[in-house]
Design a protein around this ligand. Structure first.
Ligand code: ZN
Length: 207
């Protein structure tokens, strides 16, 4: 039994996504094919829309790039340009989706920095991790003691804990206080999946 080539191609792409196995990819590809032309069009339009996504040059959150030619260094997200946000507070996160979760809790009015992943030197195997590069970039633009508080909001996982230790050590000179998102988020869980109330409480109970 051969799977039609176009369905197989879609399945191959889907299988490259996180937590989608090859069987699930095939199932999804058949499902989309079964939904007909309208569905295929709307999915491909949504995917094409991602071509106009850039990254904020300050916090690395994703941002709509209206002008395709705009240089990456000039892009700023709506939070970074918002003058009402407290620039003396900096919250450091592993991923963009963690930022969304913290924003949804509506407790925090400071600024952010997305590391792009945990810092785990053991796994780097000779190449510099993206998170390491970003930390170096952040440090390069900070001045000693200029921030009131840095809030480390890495996940309460082993990797998140190790990252928090590195961040605490390397960022100590730049803020009067360094805190970690309070407990309450279950150990081993992900900030992204914590509910708004739990996250809000974790922010208020930061130590
Ligand atoms: Zn930004």
């Amino acid at each position: 039994m051969t799977i039609p080539e176009n369905i197989q191609k879609l399945a191959d792409e889907l299988a490259t996504l996180p937590s989608i196995g090859p069987r699930q990819a095939i199932r999804l590809a058949f499902y989309i094919a079964g939904e007909g032309e309208k569905k295929a069009d709307s999915i491909s339009r949504a995917l094409s829309g991602l071509k106009t996504i850039g990254q904020c040059s300050r916090c690395h959150f994703y941002v709509f790039r209206a002008d395709a030619a705009a240089s990456a260094s000039s892009l700023l997200c709506s939070i970074c340009v918002d003058k009402t946000r407290d620039g003396s507070l900096l919250c450091i996160l592993e991923k963009e989706t963690d930022l969304i979760s913290i924003e949804n809790s509506r407790v925090y009015r400071g600024t952010y920095f997305v590391l792009g992943g945990p810092i785990n030197d053991a796994r780097a195997k000779g190449r510099v991790q993206k998170s390491r590069e970003r930390l170096a970039e952040l440090i390069a633009r900070l001045t000693a003691g200029s921030l009131m508080e840095i809030i480390i909001a890495t996940n309460p996982t082993t990797e998140g804990d190790l990252t928090a230790i590195v961040l605490k050590k390397e960022l100590a000179p730049y803020a009067k206080k360094i805190s970690r998102l309070g407990r309450g988020i279950p150990t081993g869980a992900d900030i992204e999946f914590a509910d708004e109330e739990t996250l809000g409480a974790a922010l208020e109970n930061r130590k």
